[in-house]
Design a protein around this ligand. Sequence first.
Ligand code: TYD
Length: 257
Amino acid sequence: MNACPRRSPTLAPVTDQAPDTAPNPPAWLSALAGRFLVFEGPDGSGKSTQFRRLHQLCEGAGVKVCEVREPGGTIIGERIRAILLDQSLDHMSLRCEMMLYMASRAQLVQERILPAIAARHLVLADRFVSSTYAYQGAAGGLPADEISAVAHVAIRDACPDLVIIFDVDEVTAARRTKGVEKGAKPNGKAPAASTLGLFDDRIEQRGDEFQRKVRQSYLDQARADPAHHLVIDAARGPEEVWSSLLAGLEARFAPRS
Ligand code: TYD
């Protein structure tokens, strides 16, 4: 299932338990320079909030960050994103959809990710190949080996050092994406259109079963390759999730004495 030949040595698997000792941000944050971290999770996992927070923390610690979001992130990728979002193209085949995500990714790797790693910047990616396995693969129905074959062509050896999965059950996730926890007003009115994600219409159409499969796929991917995944319980509040994220990263990247 994994498309990635690895470019960094395997590190010990990590849980999201907080360490006994206080975190020492500068030491492990500096070790993130030149690394490639991917944030993943079902819609409504709250990963984007944590993503922004980590970006700020790293920059505050003097680590240069290259932030990328999928689909998109380049001029070509944004055009592909517009095609993926175009509701008049709802007859698009699943294979075509998968290859458009990969095409956007191929450009992103070439134009932004590889140069950033070479410059020893930290690459922070909001979604990458794992999303395609989860959405077009496990939930959509495309065989993993087909996705893997296309991923090999699209990204070659640009594999993440760590994929962080923000794990959330579909009930909590649906509550968040429907706006109860995301901008809904106390008067019960729906959130303004600008607070909704670009893909929210599609998410609504997909239903709980689809989201369950997405979640399960992420957990399966983590189980299959624990050294390159960190699973965080994202059903909790943002502060607890943040603490788990920091603890997990410190355990993974703190220099060994
Ligand atoms: P978007 O609102 O842009 O961002 P996010 O949910 O990450 O905050 O939604 C992106 C959507 O695209 C999301 O529903 C997952 C989906 N997706 C795929 O189906 N396959 C992929 O390969 C990627 C990268 C995303």
